[in-house]
Write a protein that binds this ligand. Structure first.
Ligand SMILES: C[S@@+](CC[C@H](N)C(=O)[O-])C[C@H]1O[C@@H](n2cnc3c(N)ncnc32)[C@H](O)[C@@H]1O
Length: 222
């Protein structure tokens, strides 16, 4: 198991839901802004069957349920799924699954919308990221939309270094964000999506979030 997997298993049992989701630094305002952006970008409607990959404790999945037909919240961490089970979504069929983004336990074309927020950065290599995009493509219906939020931008890495120097309180975990997460240029991201049959558009993050200065968002279409 890699170090990040251990981190998420541990975080699943500590503190409030924001901290379990790794969202303490951006707080409630950051979470609300993420949710608003996801709802708009996924363009979710009452007919949609949604998969949330790397859902953490389900703070976004739970909101998606108010606007869609069904939501599956998937996370590789058993502990995270256990923590999240207090949420079960209002209005939609809602289901929790322990599973891995690289091998989604679902049928081809099962979903009309797929979300992965703050997840792909924890993949060990570009190859692993490509496998995960291939899986998104497989489970997404033609005409469907996938949103991958908060991806570390290789060309903005210096912004994180500057932030950590400014704060002068870099934790081991934040230092690991520099050395042990998947930093990608937007071009590489778009190419890997294209190789897997998805057209990706990337965006600056212009909402209040601690990571906004060094990450980008993306919308993928089949
Ligand atoms: C930063 S949290 C994000 C949680 C949630 N998406 C949010 O935005 O609030 C990252 C989550 O991704 C999960 N994760 C990391 N790698 C994964 C993988 N390969 N497959 C499924 N889940 C994964 C972790 O267990 C963790 O719960």
């Amino acid at each position: 198991m890699n170090e990040w997997n251990r981190t998420w298993d541990r975080k699943a049992g500590e503190g409030d839901m924001l901290s379990r989701a790794g969202r303490s630094r951006s707080g409630t305002a950051g979470l609300k802004a993420s949710i608003d952006w996801v709802l708009a970008s996924l363009d979710v409607s009452a007919d949609d069957e949604v998969l949330d990959i790397g859902s953490g404790p389900g703070l976004i999945s739970n909101e998606l349920a108010s606007y869609s037909k069904s939501v599956v919240a998937l996370d590789r961490s058993h502990a995270m799924v256990k923590a999240g089970r207090i949420f079960h979504g209002k209005g939609a069929e809602f289901c929790w699954v322990v599973g891995d983004a690289h091998q989604l336990p679902f049928a081809d074309r099962q979903f009309s919308r797929v979300l992965g927020y703050g997840v792909h950065q924890f993949m060990p290599s570009l190859r692993a990221f490509s496998e995960s995009v291939s899986e998104i493509r497989r489970v997404l219906r033609p005409g469907g939309i996938a949103v991958l939020g908060a991806n570390p931008d290789l060309e903005l890495q210096e912004n994180l270094i500057a932030k950590l120097q400014e704060e002068n309180s870099s934790t081991d975990e934040m230092l690991r964000s520099l050395s042990d997460t998947l930093w990608m240029s937007r071009n590489t991201f778009v190419e890997i999506c294209s190789e897997n049959g998805l057209v990706a558009e990337t965006f600056d993050i212009d909402r209040p979030a601690w990571y906004a200065s060094y990450m980008f968002d993306a919308i993928l279409r089949g």
